[in-house]
Design a protein around this ligand. Structure first.
Ligand SMILES: *[C@@H]1O[C@H](CO)[C@@H](O)[C@H](O)[C@H]1NC(C)=O
Ligand SMILES: *[C@@H]1O[C@H](CO)[C@@H](O)[C@H](O)[C@H]1NC(C)=O
Ligand SMILES: *[C@@H]1O[C@H](CO)[C@@H](O)[C@H](O)[C@H]1NC(C)=O
Ligand SMILES: *[C@@H]1O[C@H](CO)[C@@H](O)[C@H](O)[C@H]1NC(C)=O
Ligand SMILES: *[C@@H]1O[C@H](CO)[C@@H](O)[C@H](O)[C@H]1NC(C)=O
Length: 528
């Protein structure tokens, strides 16, 4: 009996063990199938929209994007910033143009075309790669609207084939005043480049902005997209045919946004035009003589409003990562040079790579310049997250740096380190993104933010607000300030222009970086 009982309980035990095994097998199979399905899905569509969104970076992105609203000129629509109002409504009128839109460059009320176009290019790039996840974080609409606010301006700034207006406002006059844009009264002259005084880099950067934006609006507004592309192609011809630096044609820009050369912008513009049109002529442009002349293959550069080479190298690598099969062998060889250089840029950024740049603070921040020090770390981290995602999506497992091997996750880790530094994980325990976290700069060098809305001051007496001991009365939400010194310190004083002045291009780069960090993700294989 005992024996029978024993047999029965043994077989009951076996039954349960089999059941557990079966359930375990089912769980494992489901997991494997889910991974396979996601993998397949990723390959086809990029990020699934139900992918979990990282709250920290989504919160930061929501704040960063508001800076474009802080900087908007013109008759505002759906204004989100309570202390902002209409401004610059007459901008462009002396040339019978409507240049009222666009964004003010930084803490002043200037519209500088060169960095403004770069802002639009970067914002477009961010949307093209990470629009799905921006959408999941409910930020895509804001990003597109701000981009369009700038491209509307750029369209108006290009009234005929070989004329491009590159500046609204006189910086000398503007900087003699400390006033809200809503009440400014000094004259706002406009400056053009043309066939007799050309501006290759500014025309080419505007090309890049319009070509990239034409891809952003391709599905949602094909008419607008075609208009942008038409302007882009005309501007590229103008930039390329009448070669000359705008810094020489319009020397007054040297004090503000001096260009150290236009070769990089020509390559960058042609790269974007290639993505926007698929025309082989643009690919030939970057891979033949111009590539040899203008891309210093093998040597690394810092991506910025002045230097687009690293950006072009990564954008052109994209072609190899995702679809080089229809590309002629010769072009392919040249594209490999771009990719090799992009790899070298990445190897320089990875902190423990044999070729790691030494330009870092003890706190781990990439640090190259005293003025606007956050430009380079944020720009570098944006490129790193792009490259990491290109690797991931194309199933490229390894990046080699002088014999050491790295994974996409290593690049992502670097990008996160720079983003987290910006958001408060730094020796000052300070968030450099205004409005984010519990401690951020209170004395941002920004006219509108520093002057009470109801203050009755004009051009000159407004300076009392610059030198006031009180924190800014209006929060410049989303402003990414210039940034810390090499010793990781930051002095929060309003006249500290080099550390405390925000800019729209820094903000666009941060938007790209944060968008890339919203999920552990890949990117879409094609922009179209
Ligand atoms: C060309 O641009 C320069 C520089 O802005 C300007 O001084 C000049 O008047 C322009 N030429 C024409 C024909 O408009
Ligand atoms: C602007 O850049 C050009 C070309 O690199 C250089 O020759 C010139 O000295 C620079 N100007 C200023 C003010 O830095
Ligand atoms: C590092 O920073 C210094 C100081 O700004 C600069 O002179 C140098 O060119 C930088 N090095 C690199 C590799 O960019
Ligand atoms: C850090 O560097 C800045 C700029 O060089 C300097 O003004 C400041 O005194 C330094 N701070 C510390 C704590 O060393
Ligand atoms: C404010 O900064 C400017 C430029 O750095 C400088 O020329 C000026 O003397 C400063 N003013 C005061 C009151 O510190």
């Amino acid at each position: 009996m005992g024996g029978k009982e024993g047999e029965a309980s043994k077989s009951r035990g076996l039954f349960w063990r089999l059941l557990v095994l079966l359930i375990a097998a089912l769980v494992v199979t489901t997991a494997v199938l889910t991974i396979l399905r996601d993998f397949h899905y990723f390959k086809k569509h990029g990020v699934p929209s139900d992918h979990p969104i990282n709250k920290k970076y989504a919160d930061a992105l929501e704040i960063a994007l508001q800076f474009f609203d802080v900087q908007k000129s013109g008759k505002l629509v759906d204004n989100r910033i309570s202390w902002r109002g209409d401004s610059g409504l007459q901008d462009g009128s002396e040339g019978n143009l409507d240049l009222s839109k666009g964004v003010f460059d930084a803490g002043d009320a200037m519209k500088f075309g060169f960095p403004m176009a770069f802002t639009a290019t970067v914002l477009s790039w961010a949307i093209l790669e990470y629009g799905d996840q921006m959408n999941a974080a409910k930020q895509l609409g804001y990003a597109q609207n701000s981009l369009r606010w700038i491209t509307d301006y750029l369209i108006h700034a290009h009234p005929s084939e070989n004329v491009l207006y590159i500046q609204v406002g006189d910086p000398e006059l503007d900087h003699k005043c400390w006033e809200r844009p809503e009440t400014m009264s000094e004259t706002r002259p406009i400056i053009q480049v043309n066939t007799s005084l050309p501006g290759t880099e500014v025309a080419a950067e505007t090309t890049a902005a319009m070509a990239a934006a034409s891809l952003v609006f391709k599905k949602s507004d094909p008419v607008y997209s075609n208009l942008l592309l038409m302007h882009a192609r005309q501007l590229f011809t103008f930039a390329d045919t009448y070669r000359g630096s705008y810094s020489i044609s319009v020397p007054q820009v040297q004090k503000f946004y001096n260009s150290t050369g236009y070769g990089d912008e020509l390559l960058w513009a042609a790269s974007w035009l290639y993505h926007a049109t698929g025309y082989e002529s643009y690919l030939r442009y970057v891979t033949e003589l111009n590539g040899q002349n203008f891309d210093n293959w093998g040597s690394t550069t810092w991506f910025s409003w002045d230097d687009k080479l690293a950006g072009a190298q990564i954008l052109l690598s994209r072609i190899i990562f995702f679809g080089a099969k229809d590309i002629p062998t010769v072009q392919n060889l040249y594209l490999q040079m771009y990719r090799k250089t992009a790899e070298a840029v990445m190897c320089g950024l990875l902190p423990d790579s044999p070729t790691a740049t030494s330009n870092r603070t003890d706190g781990g921040l990439i640090w190259v310049t005293e003025w606007n020090s956050l430009l380079h770390p944020v720009a570098s981290a944006f490129l790193a997250i792009l490259y990491s995602d290109y690797m991931l999506t194309s199933q490229t497992e390894t990046l080699y740096c002088s014999g050491n091997s790295y994974k996409p996750a290593d690049l992502r880790k670097f990008a996160i380190s720079q983003a987290d530094y910006v958001l408060g994980a730094n020796p000052m325990k300070l968030s450099y993104l205004v409005g984010y976290g519990s401690r951020y700069p209170q004395y941002v060098h920004h006219r509108g933010s520093s002057i009470p809305v109801d203050a009755d001051t004009g051009c000159k007496d407004g300076f009392k607000w610059l030198y006031s001991d009180n924190p800014n009365p209006n929060i410049a939400v989303g402003a990414l300030v210039g940034g810390p010194s090499l010793n990781d310190s930051y002095s929060d004083t309003r006249n500290n222009t080099q550390q405390g002045e925000p800019s729209t291009y820094n903000c666009a780069l941060l938007v790209g970086l944060l968008s890339g960090l919203l999920t552990t993700s890949s990117v879409a294989k094609s922009y179209t």
